[in-house]
Design a protein around this ligand. Structure first.
Ligand code: EPZ
Length: 429
């Protein structure tokens, strides 16, 4: 299994190209199940989760072609994928596939919308919390599907097709919003989704669906209005840049010091995180290429933050912010309100010398003068990258085990950081 070794203490200087967003690419790939025509997606990041999802779609009958050459020759520009789901040959998403990646559960909406039936394994719990799917199922029932649970599978049926309806989510959910939105595009009549999530990735999916012929009003707002259509067509769509990768590099530079341009970053998609970092004393400015981040001198100021659905501070940047605050001057408080168990990085950060105590959903971080390198391991994607940030500032060598978590969501991270002066290497065994 690969490891990453970092010798910390080097400032980051230069530029980093931001990749396409994982959490937009995954549902965009799934939208191809809604049409027999070809959906072409550009700027798809080359990630383990993306590769895994294309295998799952292959099982349903989707043909995949990836452009062999990239015209610009820029290795971070991302892949162009052509997905064609001419015939859905299997409406079952088996446990072996869904259990390896939670977002694959989102095939449920498109399958029932297009094939009027689907059998999809329940995703089960995961390292960051229980993560139920009740909102997904309630939303699809509101569109006329009957749902049964049998042997760990969701069996959904809608003989004659889904019918538009009113869906009001009791809690904001990214996945449930995407699942029901995709399903509603092919339902008969009008669907209203209230209390929809407004994460930028949902807007990206909705914009792609509109290109495919869907009729959606209210994109980017908490109420979505969808007029169902008979069929969707092929389209060409470019995946939006990854705001979580952007935020992660902002925090890496804030931690190590230096001056870096994040090319292609879209500041509007991470306003809350930028505000928090500015409050902590990090310099961030919009430039024509994207964002410029620097910290030349002066200690980091502590912060008080709680995670919230967009446009609040994202849970997917909580671990990275915590790594940064371990070296701030004073006490920071970070409250996690989205997932009940997203603090696995705390113990590992402690191995590097961080002083963090937990009280329920709240972490109290007393800044220390320095972190010291050590072997560490992480159990989820964002926790792993928080250890990379900590390793970049720690004195001596940090060895990060279970790198496959990192490969699920960060494209060529060691190359991107290495090009800016970090001493970071992948060790294959
Ligand atoms: C998406 O997960 C993202 N995944 C997550 O990113 C992200 O952390 C999360 O949204 C929140 O922003 C992808 O985009 C692939 P939710 P999702 O449904 O859709 C509860 C990463 O690191 N809930 O918005 O699964 C749930 O338990 C990943 O890239 C229900 O109660 O998250 C949680 O407390 C990790 N019932 C809250 O809602 C439901 O039916 C928000 O979850 C669904 C969710």
């Amino acid at each position: 299994m690969d490891k990453i070794e970092i010798t910390g203490g080097k400032p980051l200087n230069g530029s980093i190209e931001i990749s396409g967003a994982k959490n937009a690419a995954l549902p965009l790939i799934i939208t191809s199940l809604l049409t027999p025509d070809t959906l072409t997606l550009k700027n798809v990041p080359n990630l383990r989760d993306v590769n895994q999802l294309t295998k799952i779609l292959g099982n349903h009958g989707t043909d995949l072609a990836v452009d062999g050459k990239r015209a610009s020759g820029n290795k971070y520009i991302g892949e162009t994928m052509h997905l064609t789901s001419r015939d859905i040959v299997d409406t079952t998403a088996p446990y072996e596939m869904v259990s390896t990646m939670r977002a694959s559960f989102w095939v449920l909406g498109p399958l029932i919308a297009r094939c009027h039936q689907a059998k999809v394994s329940l995703p089960g719990g995961c390292a960051i919390g229980t993560r139920p799917v009740d909102l997904h199922l309630q939303g699809l029932e509101d569109l006329g599907a009957t749902i049964d649970l049998e042997d760990g599978y969701v069996i959904a049926k809608a003989p004659g097709g889904l019918k538009g309806g009113r869906v009001r989510f009791q809690k904001v959910s990214v996945g449930a919003t995407i699942n029901v939105l995709m399903a509603a595009t092919l339902a008969k009549g009008e669907t209203i989704i209230e209390n929809a999530a407004v994460e930028p990735e949902i807007g990206d999916v909705a914009n792609c669906l509109v290109k495919m012929g869907a009729k959606i009003e209210g994109i980017g707002r908490k109420t979505l209005q969808i007029q169902g259509v008979d069929h969707l067509e092929g389209a060409v769509h470019t995946v939006l840049p990854d705001r979580i990768e952007t935020g992660t590099f902002l925090m890496a530079v804030a931690a190590t010091g230096g001056d870096v341009i994040l090319k292609g970053a879209v500041p509007d998609t991470l306003t809350a995180a930028i505000e928090v970092l500015k409050e902590a004393g990090v310099e961030i400015e919009e430039v024509s290429a994207g964002l410029r981040v620097s910290r030349k001198n002066g200690a980091l100021k502590p912060i008080h933050v709680e995670t919230q659905p967009h446009p609040g501070f994202p849970t997917d940047l909580q671990a990275q912010l915590m790594a940064l605050m371990t070296i701030a001057e004073g006490r920071s408080v970070i409250r996690e309100t989205i997932f009940e168990n997203r603090f696995m990085h705390v113990q590992e950060l402690a191995r590097l010398g961080a002083n963090i105590s937990l009280n329920g959903d709240t972490a109290i971080i007393e800044g220390v003068k320095e972190l010291r390198g050590a072997p560490v391991m992480a159990t989820d994607l964002r926790a792993s990258v928080s250890l990379v940030i900590a390793g970049l500032v720690a004195s001596g060598k940090t060895q990060i085990n279970r790198v496959y978590h990192l490969d699920r969501g960060f494209e060529k991270i060691e190359e991107k950081l290495g090009n800016c002066g970090a001493e970071i290497n992948r060790v294959s065994e």
